[in-house]
Design a protein around this ligand. Structure first.
Ligand code: GDP
Ligand code: MN
Length: 369
């Protein structure tokens, strides 16, 4: 199973490998908003599973938010080696001093994992292998014993980088090998691994996990797929994600969306007494589901407490790597407290379900114009 760069980067980062600040965008408008909030210049990257995006025009830069809008519009919908671009990674543009290359993969002939590294990254490594094979360092860690940090530093030293980089580069090689073994990967690769004034950073990330091992990597699978979890989730054809507490209320919310001329993208029931974590989980599912333009969260608190819901919403929106519009109807148990929390965060809400549903559809129509 191949991972998109944005997901692979998070997995690398969990292991301690530095990455650039970045967010995912599904529309040119989102790319613009992210660029203005995060600060320019930015790099805008097509998220597809094939490499060579740079050459194909799938990696571009923008110096101001307006340019990000234009560039994002050009890249979204583009086809790279037959794969349509549906989302983008918007990152803070780094100043590159040097580009290196590190990959861990399996040498099937040798029946061992192998680390390949070079001080000449960025370029297509296949070409370098043909023209200057001596510039690629090849190392076979012993898979039966632990790969030690000094071995990784020795690889860095052989790469011929400046002495101040040997220790930090060795550290990243060691961590990348750990990602490789922990994930049962076929390939874990950073190309380019960039040297910047702020240190070494993975500017690209490739991760392919061995399919036969996926049964023990449900956590990884969940980062890509939207499976049934503690919440009841049905994927539908529209673009308005409907979330409610209780099946009846969720169905009613879907009807209200339909009556107003909208199309639900999800039926998602968080059940009774949903905690902050469950709200978080529900919002993560819909935020990771591409077609969703607007989220309609319809909560009539009974056992479910409005203040828990409000806190869950705020936390999810903070962590989300994608900006999405949300219309909240929140009433019932602890509603005063819930409203206060939303007011303080500057998130609008409605008391009436009818009003909220109408607003969600109108907002979605505006976004499509
Ligand atoms: P690939 O072509 O699919 O491998 O995409 P990459 O993510 O490797 O990006 C291609 C090239 O874009 C890199 O080799 C870099 O030269 C350049 N690039 C990517 N991110 C940045 C950045 O933050 N700053 C600068 N200056 N260049 C970048
Ligand atoms: Mn690359």
């Amino acid at each position: 199973m191949k991972f998109f760069e944005n997901v692979a980067k998070k997995i690398f980062h969990d292991e301690g490998i530095p990455i650039l600040e970045g967010h995912v965008a599904y529309s040119p408008e989102e790319a613009m908003t992210i660029s203005s909030e995060m600060g320019v210049p930015v790099v805008i990257k097509a998220q597809v599973l094939t490499g060579g995006r740079g050459k194909a025009g799938g990696v571009k830069f923008a110096d101001h938010p307006g340019e990000a809008l234009k560039v994002a519009d050009e890249i979204l919908g583009m086809k790279i080696k037959g794969e349509r671009v549906k989302h983008l990674l918007i990152e803070k543009k780094a100043e590159i001093l040097n580009e290196f290359f590190v990959t861990v993969s399996v040498d099937r002939g040798a029946r061992r994992p192998v680390i390949l590294a070079s001080k000449e990254g960025g370029v297509e490594i296949e070409n370098l292998a043909k023209t200057n094979p001596e510039k690629i360092i090849k190392y076979y860690p012993n898979p039966l014993i632990e790969f030690l940090p000094y071995e990784a530093r020795e690889i860095a030293r052989q790469m011929g980088v400046s002495s101040d980089l040997i220790s930090p580069l060795g550290d990243i090689i060691w961590k990348l090998y750990n990602v490789f073994t922990k994930c049962d990967a076929d390939t874990a690769e950073i190309n380019p691994l960039i040297a910047t004034p702020d240190g070494l950073i993975a500017a690209d990330a490739k991760l392919v996990v061995e399919d036969d091992s996926l049964f023990r990597h449900q956590d990884l699978v969940e980062r890509l797929h939207y499976k049934k979890q503690a919440v009841d989730f049905v994927q539908l054809d529209g673009d308005i994600a409907v979330i409610g507490n209780g099946a009846g209320l969720t169905l009613t919310a879907m009807d209200m969306i339909k009556l107003n001329g909208g199309e639900p993208a999800t039926f998602l029931d968080i059940g009774g007494g949903a905690s902050e974590q469950v709200i978080n989980q529900a919002l993560n599912i819909v935020l990771n589901y591409d077609p969703v333009k607007v989220v309609f969260l319809n909560v009539l608190g009974g056992i479910t407490k409005a203040d828990d819901v409000a806190r869950g919403v705020i936390n999810s929106l903070k962590q989300a790597d994608r900006k999405v519009h949300i219309v909240i109807r929140l009433t019932g148990t602890n509603e005063d407290e819930g409203h206060k929390i939303l007011d303080e965060a500057g998130i609008p809400y409605e008391i009436s379900m009818e009003k909220a549903a109408k607003k969600a559809v109108e907002l979605c129509n505006q976004l499509k114009e």
